[in-house]
Structures are given as C-alpha cells and as structure tokens.
Design a protein around this ligand. Structure first.
Ligand SMILES: CC(C)(COP(=O)(O)OP(=O)(O)OC[C@H]1O[C@@H](n2cnc3c(N)ncnc32)[C@H](O)[C@@H]1OP(=O)(O)O)[C@@H](O)C(=O)NCCC(=O)NCCS
Length: 188
C-alpha cells in the first residue's frame, strides 16, 4: 500500500522520533538563528520542552515515516497563544510543510479559545534592516520601513497572514532584535 504524509501528535514516549526531531531542529535553526540551538543537546531540550503538559505539538511525517517538519503552540496569558517552535527539515523547505504544520497548530489553538496568535522571529544574522542599530530611538519608524532578505523567516510569517506588531531591541544581544508578529486565529 502506498503511504502518504501524515500529521501526528508529538509522542513523548517515542524516543527515536524525539531524537530525529532534535537533529532536524538543530539543522533547521543553524542558518536562521545560529545562537538559538547551537548544540544537539539544546535541540533535544527544545523538543523535550514541547512534550510538557499544556503544549500542543504536531509532527509532519513523510511517506517513509521520517519527520519532515514539526511545531508547537501554547497558551501564554489571557487570550494569547504563542507559536514556538516551527521547524522544517532544511532539505524540504518551500514545499508547504511549514504552512501545513502551522495551520494545524492554529486550528488547535483556535479550538481551545485562542484570541490572538503570536510569534517572535529573531534577527541574529543581519538579514533584516532592524539589525545592528539602536531601535530605541524610533522603533515604529524602523518597523514601518523594515526590509529583509528572502532567506529570513519573517517573510514566511507575513505570507502566513501574521502582522508586524513590534520589535524587541537587543533580544539576542546588542543589535540583534526579535521581530514580533500576531494573527487573528482561524474560526474554530
Ligand atoms: C520558516 C520555515 C518554518 C518555513 O517553512 P517552509 O516549509 O519552508 O515554508 P512553506 O513551504 O510552508 O511556505 C509557505 C509559504 O511561505 C513562503 N515562504 C516560505 N519561507 C519564506 C521566506 N523565508 N520568505 C518569504 N516567503 C517564504 C513560501 O514561498 C510559501 O508561499 P506560497 O504560499 O505563496 O507558496 C522554514 O524555512 C524553517 O524551518 N526555517 C528555519 C527555522 C525557522 O526560521 N523557524 C521559524 C522560527 S521563527
């Protein structure tokens, strides 16, 4: 029988899957945010965090049952739910896998009453015009005129319907901000 891709819940008891996700995450973060998951152990911790109570996590498995992408969403406060992380195997970027996992996470959060979905994407690599400058001087003007390289994830979030709602200066070190985006959840 021909197997297809499947979107499954992250199973905390599936040790080989957790390890495969850690390796995927380490590789996926390497280019976007080298300081985020610098070691495989950091990536293992990121995956383990997503198995904690309260976290909603989904994994997209390929036809061979190997993970292609995964992500998690969780309640932060009030009506706010945060997407973190969302990671796609670098060998499979731009095939719709990130969007597919994200849509499922958004639907799950909406079903649980989310009023707003948020995400933060850092600029550690100078890939946006918000990097390497003092954003305290006029953060609103800096955001309004933001430009970014096609490689940076902020383009993905904008394409997914997220709006630029803020910037956290120096979040990842001097001149390395985090870009804050938000979206109204889909109707549950
Ligand atoms: C960002 C990431 C999750 C996107 O996943 P992906 O599977 O490559 O993206 P998709 O193929 O689902 O893209 C969906 C749409 O967004 C667009 N898109 C994807 N990445 C984009 C980018 N960097 N800039 C602009 N548009 C982008 C796609 O072209 C596609 O557009 P379409 O609907 O018109 O065809 C993935 O590149 C990744 O894992 N990056 C490294 C880790 C990371 O940055 N995670 C997010 C942390 S904030």
């Amino acid at each position: 029988m021909l197997r297809r891709m499947t979107l499954v819940e992250l199973d905390a008891a599936d040790a080989p899957l957790l390890e495969a996700l850690a390796r995927l995450s380490h590789a996926a973060a390497a280019t976007h945010a080298p300081r985020w998951l610098p070691t495989l152990d950091d990536a293992r911790e990121e995956v383990a965090d997503a198995t904690r109570p309260g976290r909603v996590a989904r994994v997209l498995l390929g036809a061979d049952a190997r993970p292609l992408a995964w992500g998690s969403i969780f309640h932060v406060y009030g009506h706010v739910w945060e997407v973190h992380p969302l990671l796609v195997d670098p060998a499979h970027h731009r095939r719709g896998y990130g969007a597919r996992v994200l849509a499922e996470l958004e639907a799950r959060a909406a079903a649980r009453g989310a009023g707003v979905l948020i995400v933060g994407t850092s600029d550690e690599t100078g890939a946006t015009s918000l990097s390497g400058r003092d954003l305290y001087a006029d953060p609103v003007a800096a955001m309004a005129s933001m430009t970014f390289e096609p490689s940076h994830a902020v383009g993905f979030w904008l394409r997914m319907g997220y709006a630029l709602v803020g910037v956290t200066p120096d979040a990842e070190g001097p001149g390395r901000p985090s870009i804050n985006l938000a979206k109204r959840p889909p109707r549950a």
